[in-house]
Design a protein around this ligand. Structure first.
Ligand SMILES: O=C(O)[C@H](O)[C@@H](O)[C@H](O)[C@H](O)COP(=O)(O)O
Length: 229
């Protein structure tokens, strides 16, 4: 396991260092390939990062952003990660970025899968930067320990899959493990002692079906950005 810890006392100090690193990598990708791809997670943890990134001086018109996972709800729904990205990241300088939502408007994520894959196929791949979150149950992206699709998520060669967590709201669309592991720069962004305890537990054990984040930590180099508060 190669988890490289970057620890901070406050979310604000984490965010300013992390945003600088991300911007340098996105700039480098633009120089190398002419464009850059950035995959972000939803939930509450990334909001201060989104705000700081939105003010970054970067050629955002060459950056395409999408989501590591999305709840299968319309973009204006209170639980949509899409809404968080639009309201907190695609602002200020970053308003010039291209944004591709994986939500297609189909009735189910299964029905939307091919459309979502088609949409994301225009992004530079493997993705330049993938930022994962993690839940208290050890889920990452929408690969939940409680969903029947976990094995599929761990083994499929496809970019995306539909998942149906039984202990979290909404059907989801999620990057597969393979797509996550292929990232040029892979991050886990978490905060608080509770999440640190889950991470320590993940690093100390071996069963990825118990804590899905283990599947990532076991197979890739992950830079973990953790803040105490
Ligand atoms: O849509 C989602 O649910 C997320 O992408 C999910 O994987 C998130 O990263 C974790 O649940 C952590 O969420 P918090 O940051 O809110 O703790």
């Amino acid at each position: 396991m190669t988890a490289h810890m970057h620890s901070f006392t406050s979310a604000q100090s984490l965010v300013s260092t992390f945003a600088d690193t991300l911007c340098a990598q996105l700039r480098e990708a633009i120089e190398q390939r002419g464009s850059a791809s950035l995959m972000v997670s939803g939930g509450s943890t990334p909001l201060p990062l989104f705000k700081t990134l939105s003010h970054a001086e970067l050629d955002w018109s060459k950056v395409t952003i999408s989501l590591v996972d999305e709840r299968w709800v319309p973009g204006d729904h209170a639980d949509a990660n899409d809404r968080l990205v639009r309201e907190h990241l695609l602002q200020n300088h970053a308003a010039k970025a291209n944004y591709l939502s994986p939500y297609t408007g189909d009735e189910t994520p299964e029905q939307g899968l091919s459309g979502a894959k088609e949409r994301l196929s225009s992004m530079a791949q493997p993705f330049d930067v993938v930022i994962l979150g993690m839940g208290g149950d050890g889920h990452t992206a929408s690969l939940f320990p409680c969903c029947d699709q976990l094995e599929q998520g761990f083994t499929t060669d496809e970019l995306l899959l539909a998942t149906h967590p039984t202990k979290a709201p909404h059907a989801r669309i999620s990057l597969s493990l393979k797509a996550i592991l292929a990232a040029r720069h892979l991050y886990l962004h978490i905060s608080g002692q509770g999440k640190k305890a889950v991470l320590d537990q993940a690093l100390a054990g071996s069963d990825p079906y118990e804590l899905p984040i283990r599947a990532v930590l076991q197979q890739a180099h992950v830079d973990v950005y953790w803040s105490e508060a």
